[in-house]
Design a protein around this ligand. Structure first.
Ligand SMILES: *Cc1c(COP(=O)(O)O)cnc(C)c1O
Length: 360
């Protein structure tokens, strides 16, 4: 098999050492004689795993006191409904940023629950940028502001944490979660599907302030209620045990091997910079996003024609590059540079791009 470079947008690449650990652990977890796949979630062994995952997240993100960490299911997509279902009162309104595909999906579900005011629409700017926090005009008295920090499909990102805006800020951070340090205290809630940067598909991480939790609407369906999950410490029903275990391993890797999120951010910026420099140095390739909004995680770019883009996608695949074809609804090319992607894969891609340009 040729060497693969995994630029998959999600589920994305995992650290090789994590895959090796899974392989080692799978038949017999920690001398229990059974696999983690066969183990009750009500055992001390599993409880230690989920507790470590939470402790690692708390350490990596310096999560302040007064915040809960929840392990949920249904993907980030279920949060699009759960957030308004819990926090948008019947007589209220919620502000939303619809900067790209995921933000727009969040808006669609919120509209099914109540009144929504879209405060930024990416369609107006060709999905080339996301707003600065300071340019937003918000609805006085809005229940919350929902933002997507990194629009995975279009490759645009808000790079800084919000200032105090006078309302709770809820952020879908699925595709840049754990890629850089962030100031949790600026948010009422952050959530992320694990399969981009934090682990395997099946678990969604949510960090919520107790202040926000106290505002949750009463009498929600149990599995759709943050209060229920918080009370039962994410063990109301069977959690996605295996996916939680992978989060434990990935956060352990981030702490012990990478050395934390500031160190991770340095590497991530270097990877993105190498790619954007290649795009900027060429008149053949064109970066999609405006410079200020360029995503560090998902680098989107175009070639001179759709036909060349097709050829690039096919030939890069044949050369061992996985996942460079842009999202089916958006087109173009996209290189996802998640935490676990080695810098050598970016170097190899840059070489492939230069060589493709010479031949085209
Ligand atoms: C991938 C992604 C989602 C959807 O995640 P699922 O776990 O598939 O529901 C939502 N938001 C963002 C920003 C994403 O990158």
């Amino acid at each position: 098999m040729t060497h693969r470079h995994n630029f998959s947008p999600g589920p994305g690449i995992l650290p090789a050492s994590v895959i090796a650990q899974i392989r080692h652990d799978l038949p017999d977890y920690a001398d229990t004689g059974i696999s983690i796949l066969e183990m009750s979630h009500r055992t001390p062994v599993f409880e230690a795993l989920i507790e470590e995952a939470e402790a690692n997240l708390r350490e990596l993100l310096a999560i302040p006191r007064g915040y809960r960490v929840l392990f949920l299911q249904g993907g980030a997509s279920l949060q699009f409904g759960m957030v308004p279902y819990n926090f948008l009162p019947a007589d209220g309104v919620a502000d939303y940023l619809a900067g790209g595909t995921w933000g727009k999906k969040a808006v669609e579900d919120a509209r099914r629950c109540g009144r929504v005011a879209v405060r930024f629409d990416g369609a107006a700017v060709g999905y080339r940028r996301l707003p600065k926090w300071s340019e937003l005009e918000l609805t006085p008295g809005a229940a919350y502001l929902h933002a997507t920090s990194n629009e995975t499909i279009e490759g645009v990102e808000i790079h800084d944490d919000p200032p105090a805006l006078g309302l709770p800020i809820i952020c879908d951070a699925s595709s840049d979660f754990l890629a850089r340090p962030l100031d949790v205290s600026r948010y009422a809630m952050l959530y992320a599907g694990a399969q981009k940067n934090a682990g395997a598909a099946g678990v969604t991480l949510a960090i919520l302030s107790e202040e926000l939790l106290a505002r949750a609407l009463p009498d929600r369906l149990a599995l759709m209620s943050y209060a229920v999950h918080a009370q039962s410490r994410s063990l109301y029903n069977t959690p996605p045990c295996f996916s939680v275990y992978v989060v434990t391993l990935v956060t352990r890797w981030l702490k012990d091997t990478v050395g934390g999120l500031a160190a991770m951010q340095v590497v991530n910026r270097r990877k993105a910079q190498a790619l954007y420099e290649t795009l900027d140095a060429s008149s053949f390739y064109r970066a999609h996003a405006d410079v200020d909004s360029r995503s560090v995680m998902n680098v989107t770019f175009r070639l001179p024609s759709a036909e060349l883009e097709q050829r690039f996608a096919a030939e890069s695949e044949a050369a061992g590059f996985i996942g460079l074809r842009g999202h089916r609804a958006f087109g173009g090319l996209r290189a996802s540079l998640y935490n676990a992607l080695p810098e050598s894969s970016v170097t190899a891609l840059v070489e492939f791009m230069r060589e493709f340009e010479r031949r085209a």
